[in-house]
Ligand binder design. Sequence first.
Ligand code: NOJ
Ligand code: CA
Length: 577
Amino acid sequence: MHEQATVDSWWRGAAIYQLYVRSFADGNGDGIGDLPGARAHLPYLAELGVDAIWFNPWYPSPMFDGGYDIAGYRSIDPAFGTLADADTFIAEAHALGIRIIIDIVPNHGSIEHPWFRAALAANPGSAERSRFWFRPGRGAGGELPPNNWQSMFGGPAWTRVTEADGTPGEWYLHLFAPEQPDFNWDCPAVRAEFEDVLRFWFSRGIDGIRIDSAALLCKDPGLPDTEPGQAPGPAHPYIDRDEVHEIYRSWRAIADSAKGRVLIGEIWLPDAARLNRYVSHDEMHTVFNFPYLSCPWDPAALRRVIDQTLALGGPAGTPATWVLSNHDVDRIVSRLGRADSAFDLDRRRYFHDFPVDLELGTARARAAALLTMALPGSVYIYQGEELGLWEVQDIPDELRQDPMFYRTSGADPGRDGCRVPLPWAGTEPPFGFSPAGATREPWLPQPKEWRDLTVAAESASGDSMLRLYLTALAIRRSERAFRDTPLAWQPAADGVLAFDRGTFDRVTRDGGALDGGACVRCVANLSPGPVGLPPHSAVLLASGPLTNGMLPPDTTVWLRMGSLGLGGQTHDQSWDG
Ligand code: NOJ
Ligand code: CA
């Protein structure tokens, strides 16, 4: 029974690899990543030691928003492969012990979704239009949008259509790009459709769902204007309205029809208590930790966000999630190499105007990786993070694809810089991303300097980022101290974060108790000078070389505390062993 509980809640401490399929590996040489390409690298992910893969949307899409504009929810984009390729991938991943999480986008579809096409062809007031938010415009001739809502990508959140008779007609709502019309979740057909989509994918064997823009689905049907600075919550016309929880309760019931499935919410909310309402025994299992992902490389700020995260998770027994980067934000090496190392989606231009110190950013990203992987809960690794790739900030404007760039006339540089195809091998682009004889170049250009950051180059180097991730993930998986134990802060010098895992006596599966010998301390030095280390029995791993036994700035170390003889565990012995 205990065994079963552990298997079913695999996600509690999982290392989850985010696979942005378009940029991972191109199997057929058209410059676009695809499922056969990704499948060929499954052994790489198995060796890396991840427990699950989260796929960004892989569905048919005109790609106005990198696949977050979905034209059909039950198949695969032809550029990525076929449903059979997905089935094969799922089966092969499972055979390697890797679970599969897919992205579901319920807030909006695509202008190419059959429902939207039908809505355009139908009349105002029709059932076809009721699945979206169609409204007449304001002004004498309906020439003004129905309200003042703004698109998250800039500009009004409404676009006017031309009716079948050629006259200017109603407007439809899109909280993102005009090519992403919002579904109307008051419409029972929308609810039924998504419940069926969930069942469809669960029946194909997927293990979890990442829910896109999860707090935006429900709208105030009166569609009132937003007030300046209006906070999300029940009174907001579309962010974090209370009705949205009913939807996730129905989804949880579907997920719970088999064991071991997880619902993960993408929710950006400033109010942690409101955020936590999405996580419970009858809604989502976890939500992404965006405060951590946005936190500067500052010891006090990091400690605060870690404490807040853990305090929130506590009462519901929900494990934390720890995220350093994803396909929407600047790559961690660049972020931590700037004088302002925070991140804010709405101020990307501000951050991009700081020079990036790549050497400093890389050292800090290494330290951040060990800090993150030592925290209790699950950890997300965005593809390329394990290689130390940086944000490509100099993509020529004409090659950029992100609607954020176009909708803001370039004021927001957009997200292309973190989506550049991965370098696998070789000394020049496409660095093995596409096979020899490829007919097209990678869909975004790769910096030539990435020849030193290919998987092949980093595999051959003892101190690469890839080696650090491989070793850290192996230790994280095998050390009993890292297994669902709480964190206990330890006294440390100014600017230093130190905590223990596995300090508390816990009865283990085989009836033994953790003792001092099995405790691991994580020490991260964010101060400007080197610091001494506490007495320890072994250095398990350090993000950079120690100097004369001291921990240099921007370096993290994992120490085994206590005497070795007591616990008897070394990192090559597993919990199950
Ligand atoms: C969040 C996704 O992560 C992002 O990439 C996308 O543009 C928006 N949701 C809209 O779907
Ligand atoms: Ca391809």
